[in-house]
Design a protein around this ligand. Structure first.
Ligand code: GCW
Length: 666
């Protein structure tokens, strides 16, 4: 079946259906020309060599200056001047009468401006946009060799890898080109193509397979995207045949320097390395008695002369802990490891921090690490792939969740939001694959779109982003469809939370694949993911007064607010406190009643989703309709399963019945 056009259907390019003049400096100008040529051919416009005869001018700044006599261009230039200091990738769009000018600060800006023109469909007169972050990156957890359980994409729910098949880089990279175009249209400018869990085959990407890596980079480059590789810290041994990977050993530093040189010879705009070290079995500096600054710095020094960076992940914790030991707290691990290293990292190290202290759960507080290393360049990592949020079988629009993280006032007494702390930008774990809808669940395309939008502008309203995506995808002409899709999705994260994980508790999922409920599935495991429910109560005491002291990793006011039951927000209660089942929340309900009420309401909400979608039959493409309908049926089944197990668990442990007398399974 044909590949779905996502938010770029052919009729979305009609803004280019006129006399278009393209000129500028930089390799991406050719991409913009091709985009304009395709659209004009399709819709009856043409490419116009004479700028004075054109209706639409697509220019980089240097060329625009020479055409300042043209009023639309003059307005765009003025708008850029008013906007303040220059910034790579910035653009302006301005209209004057029937003429429009798109002016990019550079060729990247021109590409973004061109796609923005398609999105804005000519509503505003003058628009200037600059990215909040220079680095807007997607990490693929793609393997070259298919894993017996996970396939070629670890935690992938959308088919196979777009990049790899049968132990090789794909010969045909046509899908990668289509994907890169989608990413360019939402401003993503870096992609790490392989899994942070680096197996033997992918180690070779850094050596014998560099020519294949270069082929992928060539495709991405045309869309302004730099390629990154995840590398094994043990590469000097595995690939180089050295006897050690000790970051302080001279031959190891030399090996990394030479490896970087080889990579840049093949891929001159290579972005850098991503490293998961000393985490879930991946090798790292601890084996040599070195710390993570030593480890990251040796790689950074190798890349720096070429303009590359190391994304060093802060996801370091003990995955072999003893569940009987109440003093070890996985939530503390990243800060405990990295806060003492602040100031020791080379400038080209980017510490990549998951948004929450545990692991992409439905609800977590913001990771304190983001404020704990002010002298270090930090990036925040989000998870598009819905490992813990319904695995692209459930509708779960994550825009509101990410927006909450990015705008959360973590530092300087609550006044400094996360997006101002992450000079290293925003990273997302990708959610796409070879699936004809890219994302398995067609509505999960919204998460890819929202990632791009929020990485570019973290203050954007996630509802407005959702609407923009829905209008682009389902056509602006059928307001009704757009309204219904938005109504279904706007609170879908809250809905997912309501029938799965109550009050900030996490990991009540089936071990291994993480789909569906298993309340005690992780309770007696070494993974550090507990809820400590017993007959009296539930939750993890992370206070300084009586618990693990995790609250103390936060700056004020959060260290006090989370510590005190009276001020801890309901939705994080069980993350920070162990409370009796009958503890009364700020909402006025008890913990038990909260579980009953939210789970039963959550199932009802999913039933409503099923009805809402049914009303769109015949009004959206038939195969897309069918795919969503099939997924909603599974969501309905699964929501009931969650509800039954959670409510029964709480009832059996607490002995407290539902206030409204509804039957809970005995
Ligand atoms: O959430 C966990 C996943 C692992 C993943 C790990 C990580 C790539 O279950 O599959 O490994 O996080 O982020 O490194």
């Amino acid at each position: 079946s044909p590949i779905h056009a996502a938010w770029l259907p052919e009729d979305a390019t009609t803004a280019l259906a006129t006399a278009v003049h393209v000129s500028g400096t930089g390799p991406l100008v050719a991409t913009v020309s091709d985009e304009a040529r395709a659209a004009t051919r399709l819709h009856g416009g043409h490419l116009e060599p004479d700028p004075t005869a054109a209706r639409l001018l697509l220019l980089t700044l240097d060329l625009a200056r020479a055409l300042a006599g043209e009023p639309a261009v003059a307005r765009a230039l003025e708008a850029l001047d008013d906007d303040g200091p220059s910034c790579p990738e910035r653009y302006a769009i301005a209209r004057d009468g029937d003429r429009t000018a798109v002016v990019g600060e550079d060729d990247h800006g021109l590409l973004h401006g061109t796609f923005a023109l398609l999105r804005h469909r000519g509503e505003e007169d003058v628009v200037v946009r600059r990215p909040a972050h220079r680095s807007r990156m997607l990490d693929h957890w793609d393997n070259m060799v298919s894993h017996p359980v996970m396939g070629t994409v670890e935690r992938g729910y959308a088919g196979d890898s777009l990049f790899f098949a049968d132990g090789d880089v794909r010969a045909d990279l046509g899908r990668v080109a289509g994907y890169a175009r989608l990413l360019a249209s939402i401003g993503v400018n870096r992609v790490a193509v392989n899994n942070v869990n680096v197996h033997r085959a992918e180690t070779e990407l850094l050596g014998p397979r560099l020519a294949d890596v270069a082929r992928i980079a060539d495709v991405l480059r045309r869309w302004g995207i730099r390629l990154h590789l995840s590398v094994s810290f043990a590469s000097p041994i595995v690939l180089g045949g050295l006897s050690t990977a000790d970051p302080l050993a001279e031959e190891v530093a030399r090996w990394w320097t030479e490896a970087a040189g080889r990579v840049y010879a093949a891929v001159p705009d290579f972005g850098g390395f991503v490293v998961k070290a000393d985490s879930e079995g991946q090798p790292g500096p601890f084996a040599y008695g070195r710390d993570h600054a030593d480890g990251a710095n040796v790689l950074a020094r190798a890349l720096a002369p070429h303009g590359g960076v190391v994304h060093w992940r802060a996801f370091v914790y003990d995955h072999r802990q003893d569940w009987r030991d109440r003093s070890t707290d996985r939530a503390r691990a990243a800060s405990d490891h990295f806060a003492p290293l602040d100031g020791r990292f080379e400038p080209d190290v980017v510490l990549q921090v998951k948004h929450g202290p545990i692991d992409f759960q439905v609800r977590e507080p913001v990771s304190p690490v983001l404020a704990a290393v002010p002298a270090t360049t930090v990036a925040v990592e989000l998870q598009l792939t819905q490992e813990y949020t319904g695995q692209q079988r459930h509708v779960c629009y994550l825009g509101p969740a990410w927006s909450e993280v990015l705008t959360f006032g973590l530092a300087e007494r609550g006044t400094r939001p996360v997006h101002e702390l992450v000079a290293g930008g925003v990273v997302g774990v990708a959610n796409v694959g070879t699936d004809e809808f890219w994302t398995g669940h067609p509505l999960a395309q919204a998460n890819l779109f929202a990632f791009g939008a929020l990485a570019w502008d973290p203050t954007a309203d996630p509802d407005a982003v959702l609407r923009e995506w829905a209008a682009a995808t389902f056509g602006p002409d059928d307001e009704d469809v757009v309204d219904t899709v938005c109504a279904m999705m706007t609170d879908s994260w809250a809905t997912y939370e309501s029938y799965t994980a109550p009050l900030g508790v996490g990991f009540m999922v089936r071990p291994g694949h993480h789909y569906g409920p298993d309340v005690d599935g992780y309770e007696y495991t070494p993974w550090g993911t507990y809820h400590f429910a017993d007959r009296d109560g539930i939750g993890v005491d992370r206070t300084r007064a009586t618990g693990t002291g995790f609250t103390g990793q936060y700056p004020s006011p959060w260290r006090e607010r989370y510590e005190d039951l009276a001020s801890c927000p309901d939705e994080l209660l069980l993350f920070f406190h162990h409370v009796p089942w009958t503890h009364r929340l700020h909402s006025g309900r008890t913990v038990v009643q909260h579980v009953y009420d939210t789970h039963l309401a959550g199932v009802e909400r999913v039933e409503e989703l099923v009805r809402q979608w049914a009303g769109l039959e015949g009004r959206v493409e038939a195969d897309l309709f069918a795919r969503v309908q099939e997924r909603l049926a599974e969501q309905r089944r699964s929501a009931q399963e969650w509800c039954d197990q959670l409510c029964t668990y709480v009832w059996r442990h607490s002995g407290v019945p539902d206030e409204h007398g509804r039957p809970i399974h005995p």
